[in-house]
Design a protein around this ligand. Structure first.
Ligand code: NAD
Length: 362
């Protein structure tokens, strides 16, 4: 199969972790006989330095010609004094909206090999944590009109509008059901239907969409209860479907309980197979250029890409298995290393170890 991928390393540790991700992808392509075409482009601060904009037109055109985008991270102290509309992070928001990426997928799992890093009580984490938050990304209260700040009767007032139309709900619900079909076929839809009208519509439309996915189990949970259940017993969740605001909070809660920011990938999807894949962490300027970063979140983002954009389940699993095997053998980057039997490795060594295990696993 031909895999044409846009590579946007970005800033800080972005280029280091992306180089390791490319090693892993090349190992997959060799092992499974795929033809890999990688197109490199600029985004974020790197693009500001060369092209005076965080998302140059050449980058957009190049991405549009590819099947998927792999992104490192953007931002850093060098660009923090620029006015907000010119900062590196703008490039990220612009690329998501340019490609209409309305569904954000963030898996959170406790790797058995890293159980010591989780914030959960051992008896809770022992039940296993392996869930996926599917968050609506382009609508809801962050974009709803009217919104504003004004003075009414001499008092300052601030307001936002949580609004969804049925099409916005239906398309993200479908994304959640599709994702569940690649996992354990269980979707928990999160809302506040006991209080909010917009949530009553959310629930109604999610259940209508479910009629096309009867092979997937669907249940509803109020958001306050969902926040509690995530720490009380996260093993009960497979896919959690949420609106923009609820997902912002719950996906951070879900990821922080796993305890290791350098391990968490994400995908942003639109209609069709095209997607943008990136680690959830930032550009980590404090360790940039030192070959210390953990490349596994970026490498696992490539596994998500193989699964969701290309439908290559075995190839995606080969990356995940190689990561698990590398951790099992005790190799750790600095963010994960504890005393004991851990073997401290650099970013580039970690990339090499994973690529070797992909090749050996085939
Ligand atoms: P950060 O995620 O970059 O770093 C937070 C802490 O986690 C740091 O101590 C860092 O060293 C560590 N860390 C992060 N990723 C790591 C990895 N792969 N391996 C080892 N350690 C890792 O968050 P921050 O410090 O708040 O932000 C730094 C810059 O990144 C800012 O300019 C911010 O705007 C930007 N940012 C970008 C994205 C993105 O590109 N998606 C996301 C968040 C922040």
């Amino acid at each position: 199969m031909k895999l044409q991928i846009a590579i946007l390393p970005g800033d800080g540790i972005g280029p280091e972790i992306m180089a390791q991700t490319v090693k892993a992808l090349e190992a997959v392509a060799r092992a499974f006989h795929h033809e890999l075409t990688l197109c490199h482009g600029l985004i974020g601060g790197a693009a500001i330095d060369e092209k005076a904009t965080p998302l140059p037109m050449e980058t957009i055109d190049m991405c549009a010609a590819c099947d998927a985008i792999l992104l490192g991270a953007v931002g850093g102290p060098k660009w923090e004094t620029l006015e907000p509309s010119l900062r590196p992070e703008r490039g990220l928001l612009a690329i998501r909206s340019r490609f209409k990426l309305f569904a954000n997928l963030r898996p959170a799992r406790v790797w058995p090999e890293l159980a010591g890093a989780t914030l959960l009580r051992p008896d809770i984490s022992a039940r296993g944590v392996d869930l996926l938050v599917v968050r609506e990304l382009t609508g809801g209260i962050y974009f709803g009109k009217p919104s504003g700040l004004e003075t009414r009767d001499g008092r300052r007032v601030g307001y936002n509008t949580m609004i969804y139309d049925e099409d916005e709900i239906r398309r993200v619900a479908r994304a959640a059901f599709e994702a569940a079909r690649k996992r354990r076929r269980n979707v928990c839809s999160v809302d506040k239907a006991n209080v909010l009208d917009v949530s009553r519509l959310w629930r109604e439309v999610v259940h209508e969409a479910h009629s096309e996915y009867k092979d997937v189990e669907l249940w509803d949970l109020y958001v306050d209860n969902a926040a509690m259940q995530l720490v009380r017993d996260p093993s009960q969740f497979d896919v959690m479907l949420t609106s923009n605001l609820f997902g912002d909070i719950l996906s951070d809660e879900a990821s922080v309980i796993t305890g290791s920011i350098g391990m968490l990938p994400s995908a942003s999807l639109g209609e069709g197979a095209f997607g943008l894949y990136e680690p959830i962490h930032g550009s980590a300027p404090d360790i940039a250029g030192q070959d210390k970063a953990n490349p596994l979140a970026a490498i696992l983002s490539a596994a998500m890409m193989l699964l969701h954009t290309f439908g290559l389940e075995d190839e995606a699993r080969s990356i995940e298995n190689a990561v698990a095997q590398t951790l099992k053998e005790g190799y750790r980057t600095g963010d994960l290393a504890r005393a004991g039997n851990d073997v401290l490795v650099s970013c580039s060594e970690m990339g090499r170890l994973v690529a070797e295990r992909i090749t050996a696993g085939k």
